[in-house]
Design a protein around this ligand. Sequence first.
Ligand SMILES: *Cc1c(COP(=O)(O)O)cnc(C)c1O
Length: 429
Amino acid sequence: MKEITKNILAKEYNIEDIIIDYVNEKEKLIVNKFKEIDEIKEYNQYKVIKAMQDNRLSSTDFYWTTGYGYGDIGREKVESIYASVFNAEDALVRPTIASGTHAITLTLSGILRPGDELIAISGAPYDTLQKVIGVKGNSPGTLVEFGVVYKEIPLIDNRIDLETVRKTISSQTRMVMIQRSTGYSDRRALTIEEIEEAIKSIKEYNNEVIIMVDNCYGEFIENMEPTDVGADIIAGSLIKNPGGGLALSGGYVVGKEELVERVANRLTAPGLGKDCGLTFGTSRTTMQGLFLAPHIVSEALKGALLVAKTYKDLGFKVVPDIDDKRSDIIQGVELLLPERVSEFCKAIQAASAVDSYVIPEAWDMPGYEDKVIMAAGGFIEGSSIELSADGPMRDPYYAYYQGGLTYEHCKLGVLISLNNLYKKSLISL
Ligand SMILES: *Cc1c(COP(=O)(O)O)cnc(C)c1O
């Protein structure tokens, strides 16, 4: 690192020399891994551009209409481009899908009917989805309230327990749900290869079961997506990976045409489906974000590796581990003390370009059972493809780090977090 760069960190950000040297030294040990990340980025960039060209994305697609949004050409283009990128028959991509939870909820409730059985085969789903299904909390309108039967099969040693899955599937089973990303757990993400193996095994046994994948945080981490390996329908958030930091809001659902139609009918109304719904002029940023997404995801992944390396070498357990194959952008660090989680998140907030002066505190976030502390100083509110960190306040006190639109921003987050923990004697070098 050049003296001028070191100086701005030391003088303007008050980072101790010992921390700067430590992080630079660890960075040197992981740059070889950056090459693998760049290789995947390059492929995914070509894939996205080809989808835009094949669908004849045009400058006039960025105009928008009003009212019902009939003939919103941009919306239709966005959806066909998503379908191409994900190698699926159809897609629903809307700024009015409020979040990833909403996209997944639409998928589940659009497809499942009373008496149908849903089996989650990657253990307990993401916190908010447990409330959607109706196994936690008591919000009205859950799937269980609608008469959906829910079963859950835990992972064994972080692997899908295919034997139990096959034994559990019955004629009642309409859908099997797989969560690719770690969520708030201490497991690593499931790789595309593992997802493929599970899908093959299930389909071999029962070809009627619909395989749904919660793809949040997984987009563009690998060369393939779950729909490339047989998933019938997948869903995710536009303010995570595929929005590339630019999408203002939204969610996507891609998969089999007949299933996407059901989901669209839940979003709008039976008979209306995908044919209406205003985009409010968001098509351009949605597309530019998708164009940037492979690059942005690679920057975030490099940042996650730096977090893993710097904290692991201080003695903390990190998930995924340095050499694990990654399938999401999340980096978990087992910090063991609530004060460390809190300082870590405060540091990430302090490293933000937006709202850097705000001090995050643990609070009862809607949809979550434990208090959660969140650091999110994004250009887009709550956007976790931007530099962010969070941690539910529960044992063993994991901090989950994710995002960063540029690697340098990620590095600044790492530097400030280590510096603050060091100054408060919560770590020693
Ligand atoms: C983020 C996330 C969700 C929910 O997305 P929100 O946009 O936060 O509602 C669901 N599942 C997983 C695995 C996630 O990471």
